[in-house]
Design a protein around this ligand. Sequence first.
Ligand SMILES: Cc1cc2nc3c(=O)[nH]c(=O)nc-3n(C[C@H](O)[C@H](O)[C@H](O)COP(=O)(O)OP(=O)(O)OC[C@H]3O[C@@H](n4cnc5c(N)ncnc54)[C@H](O)[C@@H]3O)c2cc1C
Length: 450
Amino acid sequence: MNGSALASVLRQAGVSRVLQPGDSGADATLGVFDTSIVFTPDAIVAASSIADVEATVTAAQRESVPLLAVGTGHGLLGNVSEGIVLATRELASVTVDVDARTARVTAGATWTDVLDATTPHGLAGLCGSAPGVGVISYLLGGGLGPIAREYGFSADHVRSLEVVTPAHGALTVSAEQHPELFWALRGGKSGLGIVVAVTIDLLPITTLYGGGLYFAAEIVHDVLHAVVDWAPGLPEASTASIALLRLPPAPSLPEQLRGRSVAHVRYASTQDAAAAEAELAPIRRIATPLVDTTRSLPYSEIGTIHGDPSTPMPVMSGGLALQPLAAAHVDALLDAVGPDRDIPLSAIELRALGGALARPAAEPNAVGGRDAAWNLFVSAEPHGGTDPDDRRASVRTAIGAMSDVRGPVNLVNFVGKANDNAEVDACWSSDQARRLGTVRESADPLGILS
Ligand SMILES: Cc1cc2nc3c(=O)[nH]c(=O)nc-3n(C[C@H](O)[C@H](O)[C@H](O)COP(=O)(O)OP(=O)(O)OC[C@H]3O[C@@H](n4cnc5c(N)ncnc54)[C@H](O)[C@@H]3O)c2cc1C
């Protein structure tokens, strides 16, 4: 079906705003973080109500047309050249139930929206390292946040979801209602339905102790070895990671960091400052950091701990779950992509997992990779306009350096365009994948959702 025929089918189905690629307002409607994604679908729906979503899913199912929802566009794995793109940003809302300690978050909302709504009540949702990321897709993929070793995956704290499936229309799913779909949506990521809202637990957290220690390139070797020894042994109240960063000469960065290669140790703890500082002491003893942002901070400033990029950019990234790391693995990584290598990587991040992440959720779900000890995430931002093929190759170099120690199941939120198909497919154990396949077949028998 061509674009204008599809647009009229959608309008007849009751969809209020249908655009074509290139229409004025189409790019702003999508508003994706990853600016390298080219959108040439047959139609773009700018959903402004749940009724729009229902009408779109019904029409797509009836016409057997591919349908892709877009949140904030942090996790799209390729260009979109057919079917319907359903832009959800205009649906965004957050409603807090202070007594129940929950928030209902609709599609299109970001973790910043959640922080803004919950902070005045002294409550917190379990967001990721970058609060600009969309809530729904983050949760569909499990969700690994800066205090994850204490609370587990964010999806473990989802109470219910409101979803529109091609086969069954609008459903509210929870432990009691449609439990198999509830299991699948929390970690199964895609092919299950368009989620219009999610109700999440809020926690009475108002402050954290945490931040980042940035160390100079000359001591990256010592810092990386030390963090790999230290982070897995921290109590569950503390979560740490390290990123080897090649920073641009951006005026927005502190002068000591501009244009430099550094090791960035990130740390967040719900313990008090004295206990947290005692834990940080072995890392501080290595050397004086170039920049130190650790402090008691309001939970609403959680995004400053990792300091992830927030400005839209062409994304090229990849991830790999890892088993426990030995010194030889650290050396292999440094040898392949350390600061003295001329390679267009912007970040090589190792997040220590374990703790509550390794335990099943109270209400089991489809999150994969719980057994992993570390998550490797590699990203190649185009400082200096490097060619996408070179950037992809450089991400593959980092992933390849760790292939001996890869875990059996990857974390789906961290696989990216630089991952190969086998790595993307390995986001669930074979039992999980079989069970997810059955749920997907029931929810979307024509396979229109991508
Ligand atoms: C800078 C950065 C930092 C990040 N930090 C973390 C982190 O700390 N922890 C973590 O776990 N992940 C993290 N991620 C990964 C991120 O959680 C995922 O990429 C997530 O999918 C992004 O959500 P989005 O709204 O941008 O999804 P999009 O990129 O818009 O979409 C991704 C996929 O989700 C589907 N989707 C979107 N909305 C819906 C919906 N309403 N219903 C059904 N399907 C939908 C899309 O169809 C698509 O398949 C990070 C990513 C980036 C770029």
